[in-house]
Design a protein around this ligand. Structure first.
Ligand code: ATP
Length: 441
């Protein structure tokens, strides 16, 4: 396997339309990214894969889409106003800014090399503040949410009362979050605007001892199901210095990113901290009455919190390879799991003339209702295959002269580069079968 570097990923993403820097024509905005024609499909497919896993394939999980803007009191209750801070230092010489916990304060400035140039660390709140309404006084200050979870806690009561769910149950949500991150290097790994996929599982106090290991296992299995190489995933349990004061236990799933092992998702046993805080600050009763036992309690929460945009980086990094071809050159290939590939099937006429292009064009239209398709008739067939390999298209369908005679096509597999002959009438079922049986080689 070829070494995957961040430079190679950034370059491929830009060249093929996966990800661009925001506001590039104005010099770019740090920490903000745009997902291009292929990137948006990849991101949406990962989101849908997660959403299906959580809401369709599990018992008792309902969905929610809460708003980004919330009452300021929410962030006082959650502790974000007072505690959601990073220690920050500035270099007095070059004015570069760093997270004090990420650099050696006794070493020279990593940007300009000056010694003893750092200011004393001071706490910096990561929430973006803005104003709602016509006044810009402190009473009108609101925040862009730095996580989606609080929208779930504040809707706990409404969901219980309107959905007939019974504890234990979960609420899943995908959406944008915002953090004014001090250091935003490593491409989309850490950005100021990003997306999260979070699920809060409400359970009876004490039963978290079973649900916490259950969700840890489920979440690790999910990534393997998505085709991630198991050796690129590992656990990291939070030590006493990392654990939030209210948390009973916390594990991160880490992925081997190009810059090393880093957090991908957190699974936390948050006790009854969140609902208790919101009960205290809102003055509203957030207890749950068990209809069977008549016991009343504040549920415990097991949280699974993953970065969607960070998942995109993981998937790109995990899928990337450069491989020798039988023709003696090197192909760049993205081994995406078919269910998350931006394009499922490319339809290619061997040549444009003699009615092959018309046949292929019609076939591509027919396949559209089943799969995301792509039509390409320009250039040598080998080069067209390479283009599809580079954007991770799992199947190419080639229309040739035999097709006109017997209505069969060549089905080419991205990973093995093998080709088989398939009747056009069986194409959809064959691709579905291949998807079900897909294993990363
Ligand atoms: P860190 O300590 O690295 O800043 P965190 O532990 O505060 O991150 P959480 O608050 O647990 O992260 O967020 C849950 C998930 O959201 C993370 O595992 C990550 O995938 C994603 N995430 C958090 N911050 C960012 C960001 N700035 N950009 C992209 N994804 C992020």
């Amino acid at each position: 396997m070829a070494e995957v570097t961040m430079e190679k990923l950034v370059s491929l993403c830009r060249r093929r339309g996966f990800i661009f820097q925001s506001s590039e024509i104005y010099g770019g905005l740090n920490g903000a990214y745009d997902y291009g024609p292929l990137g948006v499909h990849l991101k949406n497919n990962i989101r849908d894969f997660w959403w299906k896993e959580m809401t369709q394939l599990h018992d008792n999980i309902v969905g929610l889409d809460s708003s980004i803007l919330m009452a300021s009191k929410v962030w006082e209750a959650s502790g974000h106003v007072s505690n959601f801070t990073d220690p920050m230092v500035d270099c007095k010489q070059c004015k570069s800014r760093f997270r004090a916990d990420q650099i050696d304060l006794n070493a020279p400035c990593p940007v300009c090399g000056t010694r003893d140039s750092f200011t004393a660390p001071r706490n910096f709140n990561l929430m973006f503040a803005t104003h709602i309404g016509p006044n810009t006084d402190s009473a009108s200050t609101i925040f862009l949410r730095p996580e989606t979870a609080q929208g779930i806690y504040t809707e706990f009561k409404n969901v219980v009362q309107s959905s007939r769910v019974k504890v234990p149950f979960g609420i899943a949500q995908v959406g944008k979050s915002f953090r004014n991150e001090i250091t935003t290097k490593n491409f989309i790994f850490r950005s100021c605007e990003f997306e999260q996929m979070e699920m809060q599982f409400f359970c009876k106090p004490g039963s978290d001892d079973q649900w916490f290991p259950y969700w840890r296992e489920q979440r690790m299995e999910f990534y393997k199901k998505m085709g991630i190489v198991p050796e690129h995933l590992r656990w990291h349990q939070h030590g006493p210095d990392e654990l939030a004061f209210y948390a009973k236990d916390a594990y991160d799933i880490q992925f081997l990113f190009p810059m090393g092992w880093q957090e991908l998702e957190g699974i936390h046993d948050r006790t009854d901290y969140d609902l208790s805080q919101h009960q205290k600050f809102s003055g509203k009763d957030l207890t749950y009455l068990d209809p069977d036992t008549q016991e009343r309690y504040i549920p415990y929460v097991v949280e699974t919190s993953a970065g969607l945009t960070r998942n995109v980086l993981m998937v790109l990094s995990d899928a990337y390879d450069e491989e020798p071809t039988p023709e003696g050159d090197i192909r760049t290939v993205l081994h995406f799991h078919p269910e998350i590939a931006p394009v499922m099937v490319a339809v290619l006429p061997l040549v444009k003339k003699d009615g092959l292009a018309e046949y292929a064009d019609k076939l591509e239209h027919e396949l559209r209702s089943d799969f995301m398709t792509y039509y390409d008739q320009s250039g040598a067939i080998g080069r067209r295959y390479r283009r599809q390999d580079e954007i991770g298209t799992p199947y190419c369908v080639t229309v040739d002269y035999d097709t006109l005679k017997d209505n069969t096509v060549t089905l080419r597999f991205r990973d093995s580069m093998q080709q088989v002959r398939v009747p056009v009438s069986e194409l959809v079922s064959r691709i579905r079968e291949e998807n079900r049986a897909y294993r990363r080689v």
